[in-house]
Design a protein around this ligand. Structure first.
Ligand code: THG
Length: 364
């Protein structure tokens, strides 16, 4: 393929000089911003991630900032999760839906204060939905995209590396909680989270000018830990069952179909609640399932239909060979009639028909 040309629309990040210096090999575009897809190879990157520690430029996880007297009111309209339970140092994975219960995004919400939230959004233009509601209801909130760029530190040695840069306090940060920790003459929100199951942190770097100093500090402190530049890894995340909005699920899916029903517990009349009532009670007609696909598969760049008894019973939108497990791991959306573990289906891949089997659980 040809190269991607950066421009004002296809944005670089505060860490781009570091990413380039570490030898990035591929990019995708996410929230109108460059997101690395691999460095050495997806396979080698995955193996390294599971053994050592990586620094990921995930600046493209942009923050939609909701600030002002009506911030909580707006959050309660957007969030299927009970916002009254959220602590001031907490992050919530939030499946946001439209009035029909269709997924619009799956951000990580960060509560900074009672009147101040960040929504760390997946690919889309989610700020427009939030702004539309705020304008229509004349809410007293400001909705902006602040100069905040997440940098993820992921892998089994993440605690050791982060302790060297931010102090031993990082070890006490609990999953999906954060602390404000000092760096140079400022402070960053540092959360225990990230789009891998190997453990680690996300640093919400506020102020682009701090980007390269922080990047360089992590690499200088991490030599003996074999620190490398990495990025969300398509093998590790499929093995782990981490969903990608736009690929594995979209507006035609509900949170229940995505296996995110446990996050729909708000007592408020949030947007889409009524539409979700039936699935809350009776379950969804289809749901995310892990699958193993047999034979050789090429790259998955479109939705592959799942077929059985001559009809379509779902689709697969993420599939890759796992060197660790020795099989092609995949994430599918499978009809209730065929979602039981052990069910065999045909996959119409873009490279030909393959057999597949529904699995009981992901490989984490
Ligand atoms: N971190 C941050 N922002 C993000 C992502 C992230 N924005 C875009 C995208 N990723 C949003 N999607 C997800 C999907 C899964 C998770 C986080 C964001 C995730 N899920 C865990 C799981 O499924 O096991 C834990 C969920 C929980 O228990 O609360 O981490 O990665 N900042």
């Amino acid at each position: 393929m040809a190269v991607i040309t950066p421009s004002r629309r296809v944005r670089k990040t505060p860490f781009s000089p570091g990413v380039e210096a570490e030898g990035v090999s591929g990019y995708t575009v996410y929230n109108h911003m460059l997101l690395p897809t691999f460095f050495e190879s997806v396979e080698a990157d995955a193996a390294h991630l599971k053994q050592h520690v990586q620094v990921w430029d995930v600046s493209c996880e942009r923050q939609v900032q909701i600030k002002g007297p009506d911030a909580l009111r707006l959050m309660k309209m957007l969030s299927p999760r009970d916002m009254d339970r959220m602590q001031a140092d907490q992050c919530y994975y939030v499946p946001v839906v439209d009035q029909n219960g269709g997924m619009l995004n799956d951000p990580v919400a960060i509560k900074l204060a009672d009147d101040h939230y960040w929504l760390s959004v997946a690919d889309g233009d989610f700020w427009q939905f939030a702004l539309g509601i705020a304008v229509a209801l004349n809410l007293d909130v400001q909705i902006t995209e602040p100069d905040v760029s997440p940098l993820a530190v992921q892998g089994p040695k993440a605690d050791d590396l982060m302790a060297r840069v931010f102090g031993e306090e990082v070890r006490n940060i609990k999953f999906f909680r954060y602390k404000r920790l000092a760096f140079e003459d400022t402070e960053f929100v540092v959360a225990r989270s990230g789009w891998s199951k190997q453990g680690g942190f996300e640093i919400y770097v506020e102020g682009s000018d701090y980007g390269m100093p922080l990047w360089n500090a992590l690499f200088a402190q991490g030599r003996d830990l074999h620190v490398r530049a990495g990025c969300p890894n398509n093998i590790e995340r499929i093995e782990s069952g981490l969903l990608s909005f736009g690929s594995d699920m979209r507006r035609e899916n509900t949170p229940y179909e995505c296996g995110l029903g446990r996050f729909c517990n708000s007592p408020e009349d949030y947007i889409g609640k009524t539409a979700l009532a039936d699935q809350a009670e009776n379950g969804p007609p289809r749901q995310i399932r892990p699958l193993v696909i047999e034979g050789e598969i090429g790259p998955c760049t479109e939705a592959w239909p799942l077929m059985a008894e001559g009809g379509q019973v779902g689709q697969v939108a993420s599939a890759v060979f796992s060197p660790e497990f020795g099989v092609n791991v995949a994430i599918g959306m499978v009809d209730r009639s065929h979602w039981g573990p052990g069910t065999r289906v045909e996959v119409l891949t873009e490279h030909g028909m393959r057999w597949a089997e529904v699995q009981e659980k992901f490989w984490r």
